[in-house]
Ligand binder design. Structure first.
Ligand SMILES: Cc1cc2nc3c(=O)[nH]c(=O)nc-3n(C[C@H](O)[C@H](O)[C@H](O)COP(=O)(O)OP(=O)(O)OC[C@H]3O[C@@H](n4cnc5c(N)ncnc54)[C@H](O)[C@@H]3O)c2cc1C
Length: 446
């Protein structure tokens, strides 16, 4: 089938935005790690080996903490290039690294000072907390980080409601403030030179500014500017509704097909809950649309929304966009309600597209009618694949039968976790290069 839109020049020669952002982050971290080591060495050691190790681990814990803030700051430049899901995953692993580094700091310092006195480590810690300004704050910060680490372990995380876990996670900010004031009060490297003081104030200032800008200033500013409201709620099926939203100057909202927002509908009983939903149509500068399947109380309640309801939306977020294309042609694979960003992407894509839409029964294929019309208008191929999840109808053999030139295409995948994982594995088996594979999992907090 031929494409209606002429494909733009293949962007293979241009540097990949995700790789640029990743390299930038690694370089930033490496440069800061080196700066910390230099400032530490310049301050001189002058203590036992354990205390010196304790101080060094303390400084690296502070650096990791500042980096953690940057990873969750939701800065648009990083988010569009790396994606909130990956940034959240890195934040998760850096968090466990931070926890161990902080524990090492506490153990080295306590045992180091105990070795230089007549006290046992427990009494030494109590003594330090009582006599040295800032140490008690550090102990409380460590306890809070341990609590957050415990509830973030996979087994605990699965048992907690998202909101409970998120609320406990907010204590990290208290820990950050306590850790910073501990460093100011007790950190010998902090005051060793004017350069060291300026560096640490600069680092903490930059990290806190990033998080305040991305998490508070930008969302508030965008919502004040656009004043979003529900205009219509359309029932797509028993389980699925589309919510249409409008606002002022929407053409200035930098949203792209494939992205999502954290939506907060300001009704009396649900204003406190924000949930991530993708745009199910490419933004046209006048309206936004999301399409939601009822999976819990929050999503089920959307069918009762009334036109006129005010909306507070944080975003747009996500790297599941055409910014990351490397090839002129595309394969789009959707499973169930994972069709939402795929439908929006199809609208925005140039070049030839094949769409594989996997559902249990034809009745589950929401947005199918409009997808068919869109595919027709764009000269795209649309395959609706129905049937129970087993046998795997998107196995590698089936994928290459339906799309023989799959290795020459960018592939966008969005669907339930099991299907997404199976399709990604199949694509790698078929030899589709990693940089051509893009996916969105409908889960952020892992
Ligand atoms: C990037 C992204 C895009 C999504 N797009 C769509 C879409 O277009 N259409 C659609 O139907 N569904 C989408 N989802 C899934 C949708 O967000 C969840 O089904 C919904 O939040 C469930 O909320 P609930 O209150 O109904 O259920 P609950 O029972 O309260 O939550 C069920 C599970 O949903 C997840 N969840 C709830 N709130 C959040 C949150 N604020 N952040 C992250 N995870 C949360 C948690 O894992 C939770 O355990 C998307 C998810 C993500 C991460």
């Amino acid at each position: 089938m031929t494409a209606v839109d002429s494909p733009p020049a293949p962007p293979a020669a241009r540097r990949r935005p995700g790789a640029v952002a990743r390299s930038g982050l690694y370089a930033l971290f490496a440069a800061n790690a080196a700066a910390v080591a230099v400032l530490f060495a310049q301050a001189g050691f002058g203590a036992s080996a354990l205390v010196v190790l304790g101080r060094l681990t303390g400084l690296y814990a502070a650096l990791l903490m500042a980096f953690q803030l940057l990873l969750v700051a939701r800065l648009p430049w990083l988010d569009r290039r790396i994606g909130m899901d990956r940034l959240t995953l890195w934040h998760r692993w850096t968090g466990f690294g931070l926890l161990w580094t902080l524990l090492a700091h506490a153990v080295f310092i306590t045992f180091g000072y105990a070795g230089m006195s007549t006290m046992d480590p427990v009494n030494q810690l109590i003594d330090l907390a009582e006599t040295v300004e800032g140490v008690l704050r550090a102990v409380v910060a460590l306890a809070l980080i341990l609590l957050v680490g415990a509830v973030s372990a996979r087994r605990a995380r699965r048992r907690l409601a998202y909101e409970t876990w998120h609320f406990i996670h907010l204590y990290t900010y208290v820990a950050v403030v306590l850790a910073f004031t501990h460093q100011v009060a007790a950190g010998s490297t902090f005051t060793a030179s004017a350069a060291a003081t300026a560096y640490w104030y600069g680092l903490w200032g930059a990290a806190l500014t990033a998080v305040f800008t991305g998490r508070v200033v930008l969302p508030l500013w965008r919502n004040l500017r656009h004043r979003l409201r529900v205009t219509a709620v359309v029932h797509e099926s028993d389980q699925v509704v589309s919510v249409h939203i409008t606002g002022r100057d929407l053409h200035r909202l930098p949203a792209r097909a494939g992205q999502f927002f954290l939506w907060r509908f300001l009704t009396r009983d649900r204003w406190w809950q924000a949930n991530p939903y993708s745009l199910s149509a490419a933004p046209d500068g006048r309206s936004l649309r999301l399409t939601v399947k009822a999976s819990g109380e929050g999503s089920a309640s959307l069918r009762h929304l009334r036109p006129g309801t005010r909306v507070f939306a944080e975003g747009p977020y996500g790297a599941f966009t055409t910014l990351h294309r490397t090839r002129p042609d595309t394969l789009l694979v959707a499973g169930g309600v994972g069709i939402t960003p795929i439908r929006a992407l199809l609208e925005e894509l140039h070049g030839h597209a094949v769409v594989l839409y996997r559902v249990n029964t034809e009745a589950d294929a929401v947005l199918h009618g409009e997808l068919r019309e869109l595919a027709l208008a764009k000269g795209a191929e649309l395959h609706l694949i129905t049937g129970p999840p087993v046998p795997d109808r998107l196995a590698p053999a089936e994928l290459s039968r339906l799309v023989p030139d799959v290795t020459d295409r960018d592939v966008y995948v969005c669907g339930p976790p099991g299907m997404t994982t199976a399709v990604l594995r199949g694509l790698r088996e078929l030899g589709v290069p990693r940089q051509q594979i893009h996916y969105e999992r409908f889960s952020l907090a892992g």
